[in-house]
Design a protein around this ligand. Sequence first.
Ligand SMILES: Nc1ncnc2c1ncn2[C@@H]1O[C@H](COP(=O)(O)OP(=O)(O)OP(=O)(O)O)[C@@H](O)[C@H]1O
Ligand SMILES: [Mg+2]
Length: 280
Amino acid sequence: MSQLSVRNLHVTFPLREGTLHAAKDVSFDLQKGEALGIVGESGSGKSVCVSSLLGLLPMPPAITSGEAVFEGQDLYRCSPAQLRAIRGKRISMIFQDPMTSLNPHMRVVDQIAEPLRIHEGLSKNAARARAVKAMESVGIPDAAQRAKSWPHEFSGGMRQRVMIAMAMISEPEILIADEPTTALDVTVQRQILNLIRDLQKKTGMSLILISHDLAVVASICDRIAVMRHGVMVEQGNSKEVLSNPQHPYTRGLLECNPALHEPGSRLTTLEEMMEEAEDS
Ligand SMILES: Nc1ncnc2c1ncn2[C@@H]1O[C@H](COP(=O)(O)OP(=O)(O)OP(=O)(O)O)[C@@H](O)[C@H]1O
Ligand SMILES: [Mg+2]
């Protein structure tokens, strides 16, 4: 049985001009420990699909139908209290822009520690001690000293590490990363992707990685799902999708990434790039 099974998800937004169908009959599965990549152009419905899982759709949302069964529980039928118990504890999410997700008036250490205070009721000092450890585990140098800093004192890459530490501190079963590196420069992007990949391997958690960049997703994920205009047009094993794309839109994405045409070689190259970035 899949760890997460999304079936026939429809998300519509009632707008003045008419009804916008942001997700149309989307179904996908996530197995335990697996990395699933969701790719597609801007506006294709990637964020809507994953935000819906944690009840994070912007208002006014309308989930017209569907189910998302996570370990036997349908997330779309959970009460707000049930969802709060899952969000940030069993399923964590990181977003593109840490500056809008971090509280500018809260010290970094206390933000990272917050899930522990909420979900595990730890004392301030115990939670802070764990938060410093989490900062170390995401590669923030001088974690003990920097813990007391404010978010604006960190670089973009370090802020994204803070977000990852916060997402990981409760040892989630699933991490959802929605374009986690888009706002970063290329070298830092690679470091952050390596970090996410390493954490996933180390902890055995499952990962849903969203990106508009097929190369990024192919380099990290076991399976790829391709979205277009609210529809999941193709999904499959990463290597198969790259070597034998079934949908014309996927073929189009591949044509934008000529080097991906030879999946074996490109995957290797990306892997090597990843290793290099790790060493640096
Ligand atoms: N709160 C909202 N009200 C109305 N329409 C919305 C709302 N949120 C999203 N949409 C629309 O739903 C569609 C899917 O949006 P979504 O954010 O999921 O795209 P995306 O694939 O994540 O794009 P990007 O790569 O730019 O993040 C888009 O047409 C978007 O304009
Ligand atoms: Mg998005």
